[in-house]
Design a binder for this molecule. Structure first.
Ligand SMILES: [Zn+2]
Length: 220
């Protein structure tokens, strides 16, 4: 599925368990559209992630759900070699009866091995995203130094490389679209394809993807 890049506050934040005034909103430096509704609110924005499509997809369908959402996102950021003010995300969502954290781990482990090699190990650590509970970041052991770490530029001496955020869909998100969280569970993940490509092909500056230099683009 694909979704709108100009999005409502409602889907980008509120349906994802990030109400108005919640400090978690500071995690997403948001570009707001210069539009006021009759209540004097400014409810339109450039989506900061592909996650609003979780709510849009679930609102319009019944479980079981298996969906991948690629698309462009925007954030009000100073740019440098690893940050762009626009970038892509790929969102994944699975909702059904009986989906567990083991399904999340198995799916993402399979992805890591297909993308970065059959020998990869993965590591899950607790992380906070308001729309999942529990939330994790997933790392792979560094393919450049085989997890050794010391002196490695790719993993900055740690032996691990973070590649995506994920978690079990928050019961409030499920309830918000009319699903019974006692009956249905699900997992979601989001990753940045530029980051994956940078790791895989040794690209050292994210801005190269959008500079329209054909010498860069033609390599692929
Ligand atoms: Zn390394």
């Amino acid at each position: 599925m694909e979704g709108p890049e100009v999005e409502w506050d409602h889907y980008n934040f509120e349906m994802l368990n990030i109400p108005k005034g919640h400090p978690a909103r500071d995690m997403w430096n948001t570009l707001w559209v210069d539009y006021q509704n009759e209540a004097g609110e400014q409810p339109m924005l450039l989506r900061t992630h592909t996650s609003p499509m979780q709510a849009r997809v679930m609102e319009n369908s019944k479980p079981p759900i298996r969906v991948v959402v690629p698309g462009k996102c925007y954030r009000y950021e100073a740019t440098d070699a690893t940050h762009e003010w626009h970038f892509y995300q790929v969102e994944g969502l699975a909702v059904d009866e009986g989906i567990t954290f083991a399904d999340l781990k198995g799916t993402l482990y399979a992805f890591a091995r297909r993308m970065f090699g059959e020998d990869r190990k993965v590591r899950f650590r607790c992380d906070y995203f308001p729309f999942v509970e529990p939330g994790v970041d997933m790392s792979i052991d560094c393919f450049a130094c085989d997890g050794e770490g010391s002196g490695c530029r790719i993993c900055r001496d740690s032996g691990w490389i973070e590649i995506m955020g994920a978690g079990m869909v928050h019961p409030k998100v499920l309830a918000g679209v009319g699903y019974d969280p006692e009956k249905y569970t699900g997992f979601a993940f989001g990753l940045g394809p530029e980051r994956i490509a940078m790791l895989k092909y040794g690209i050292d500056d994210i801005r190269l993807f959008y500079a329209n230099d054909l010498r860069f683009l033609r390599q692929f």
